[in-house]
Ligand binder design. Structure first.
Ligand code: BTN
Length: 248
């Protein structure tokens, strides 16, 4: 691994319910080093955002957790870490020759209108600092996703089967490069996150507790809430994850 600390420790499991769960156990046992990765060939109860399941075919995709200890980042500004990881993934996919990568708020990775990967960051808070478990699921060599629409994979986008181990190494490089820049200036991620934000400044359909509406995403506030300008309304609306649904 050609990195400073990302992926220097790799714990490779043939199967596990969720790499995030397992990483939390290892942190509690003090056996994880910062930048360490827990990866599995078969994650049978992967967890996604909003309490969803993350389903993935055995040995076809990347499912792993990266352990970080961002002492420089107040927990209240955690969304910046999420932005940093999203940008690292966009860099990685772009380097593979995949164009048109986007971040669908809050942290889904899209190619055009199709999801290729997702991130679930969880924190273990201790008295004066916290541990971050950065769970990443990326579709690599799988091409059929039963029951799911608008999903893609690296194979579908590039026409090539990829070696998961080599991809992990490349991804650790891309993530670390972003992370090191981030440690120097936590706000460095803001502008680029907005540049890649899916449907930013585009009129699209959404729904919230009041019903269906047309509006434009105009940004994200410091705590990671989505800022939307509804059509025919002067004031902007701000949403947390469960409060808005993308309809287009
Ligand atoms: C999402 O898009 O909803 C987030 C998906 C995150 C899935 C990854 S796979 C590795 C890690 N372990 C888990 O249980 N979930 C994350």
């Amino acid at each position: 691994m050609n990195t400073l600390f990302f992926g220097k420790q790799i714990i490779h499991l043939s199967e596990i319910d969720s790499t995030n769960n397992y990483t939390i156990q290892l942190i509690r046992q003090s056996v994880m080093s910062e930048g360490g990765v827990v990866i599995t060939d078969n994650q049978y109860q992967g967890r996604g955002q909003r309490g969803n399941l993350w389903l993935t075919e055995e040995k076809q995709n990347l499912t792993f957790s990266l352990y970080l200890k961002p002492k420089f980042l107040p927990l209240s500004q955690q969304f910046l870490l999420s932005k940093c990881i999203c940008l690292g993934l966009v860099d990685f996919l772009t380097e593979l020759g995949i164009e048109n990568c986007m971040v669908k708020w809050p942290n889904d990775i899209y190619v055009g209108n199709k999801k290729i990967g997702g991130i679930l960051i969880e924190n273990l808070v201790q008295s004066n600092f916290y541990h971050s478990i950065v769970g990443i699921g990326l579709n690599v060599n799988q091409t059929k996703f039963e029951g799911l629409e608008s999903v893609t994979s690296i194979l579908s986008e590039t026409g090539k089967i990829h070696d998961l181990r080599i991809l992990l190494e490349q991804m650790c490089n891309n993530l670390e490069r972003r992370y090191l820049k981030f440690t120097q200036n936590i706000h460095s991620v803001n502008e680029e996150y907005l540049k890649y934000l899916y449907q930013k400044d585009v009129v699209a359909k959404y729904s919230d507790e009041k019903g269906v509406f047309s509006g434009k995403i105009i940004g994200v506030d410091p705590i990671g809430q989505l800022i939307v300008k509804k059509q025919n309304q002067e004031k902007e609306s701000t949403y947390s994850m469960k409060e808005i649904t993308f309809l287009t």
